[in-house]
Design a protein around this ligand. Structure first.
Ligand SMILES: [Zn+2]
Ligand SMILES: [Zn+2]
Length: 405
């Protein structure tokens, strides 16, 4: 058990934890003084490695911590998006990850902080390099309208105008469907170890198990490949399914929340003198008790599952939130721990787990797409970019010769 921070502890708790604090560095955003080495964008993944990139790590949308998303790639070429909250699309772009590699999205549950950028992923994939359907995996609910299938059906209907408006271009692949199609994979939320994905060509298996969060219909995922594994909890109260399914996992990515008093103070700006203070704390406690994992429970879960690396996420990182969190975790667990902020990159091999941080271009455009042989692409749905505009609107356009000198 470790309750105070030595340099050795600091090195172990390397991501944004005690290492940064000991160095007196600016923690909130890293990179200034960030103790992690730099990840060069575009670095090739070795054939025997798995790479986990954090694009969003918070419940509150913040510049340096957008809402939840993790991208997992394996050396055999397969790749997966786990959750996609608001603001993460710009980070995927800046990391050079194109839509073709984001064609499988695994949703842990249907909260907005885990799903809202799916609109961007869906809508702008086909005009870039995802010329096949978007596969969305996610839990069932207690009734059909609460499940992932209904979510996908409604998403499809919601974005119909967008999809058609872009369908003057080539958005599909012959024999493999259209980029604006969605394939829903609804997973029974109470299944423990049910298979969500199993690909003999790439060797990846993804299983799911129940998460305990707000209302029925949330899951956690476990990915196994090449004798290595990763668990992504999504949002959940501390639970026994996790202890069973994450036992001995290589990387356990688990949500964690600040204590209710901290949440109430930071989220509302209220102080203890304010008449609304007890109400704000009671609400924060209700959110925690119905849905989330307190810091000490995080330590307990890591101590029981013994991952090679435990990563806490969905946690607002500030100079004054990290220290208490690491202390609470350290009361139970003395193995390697990181607290995630955006652009943390973790390479996992059988010998080593390597943490680095990417530095992105804040002004990045789209990354270089996969280029396809035009003969493999389906013809466009509409013959021209103006085919969906009425003659009346087209006749109202200013003739180009008046401005094209
Ligand atoms: Zn959440
Ligand atoms: Zn949630």
């Amino acid at each position: 058990m470790s309750t105070k921070f030595t340099r050795r502890d600091a090195l172990k708790m390397s991501a944004l934890g005690a290492g940064g604090m000991a160095m007196g560095a600016g923690l909130t955003g890293c990179p200034e003084g960030c103790p992690l080495p730099r990840f060069p964008i575009g670095e090739e993944l070795k054939a025997d490695e798995m790479r986990i990139t954090f694009l969003g790590t918070s419940v509150v949308p913040r510049q340096k911590q957008e809402c939840n998303s993790v991208f997992v790639e394996v050396g055999s070429g397969d790749s997966f998006v786990f959750d996609c909250g608001s603001g993460v699309s710009s980070k995927y772009n800046a990391m050079g990850i194109t839509p073709a590699r984001m064609d499988k999205v695994f949703l842990t549950h249907l909260h907005g902080d885990h799903t809202s950028d799916i609109i961007t992923i869906y809508c702008f994939g086909p005009s870039q390099d995802r010329k096949t359907p978007l596969h969305i995996f996610g839990p069932s609910g207690d009734t059909p309208d609460m499940g992932t299938e209904a979510f996908c059906d409604n998403l499809y209907k919601l974005m119909r105008w967008h999809a058609l408006s872009f369908s003057f271009g080539r958005t599909g692949t012959i024999g493999q469907g259209d980029g604006f199609d969605i394939v829903a994979h609804e997973l029974p939320y109470m299944s423990v170890g049910g298979v969500a994905y199993d690909n003999p060509h790439t060797g990846v298996t993804i299983t799911h198990f129940p998460a305990v969060h707000c209302r029925n219909g949330s899951v956690s995922y476990r990915l196994d490949w090449n004798g290595m594994s990763m668990v992504f909890s999504g949002d959940t109260k501390p639970n026994n399914y996790m202890l069973e399914m994450a036992s001995g996992v290589d990387v356990l990515i688990h949500e964690m929340v600040v204590p209710p008093e901290v949440w109430a103070a930071k989220n509302s700006g209220l102080t203890e003198d304010d008449p609304s203070w007890p109400q704000a704390v009671a609400y924060a406690r209700a959110v925690q008790d119905s849905s989330h994992t307190p810091q000490r429970a995080m330590g307990y879960i890591f101590s029981q599952t013994k991952p090679r690396l435990g990563v806490a996420t969905h946690f607002q990182v500030n100079r004054d939130t990290i220290g208490p969190a690491l202390k609470d975790i350290g009361d139970f667990h003395d193995g390697p721990v990181a607290i995630a902020t955006d652009l943390l990159v973790i390479n996992v091999s059988k010998d080593e787990i390597r943490q680095r941080r990417a530095e992105i271009d804040d002004w990045a455009w789209y990354a270089k797409p996969t280029v396809y042989d035009p003969a493999t692409l389906a013809p466009p749905m509409f013959p021209s970019p103006t085919a969906q505009l009425s003659d009346e609107l087209l006749n109202s356009c200013i003739p180009p010769e008046l401005f094209e000198a």
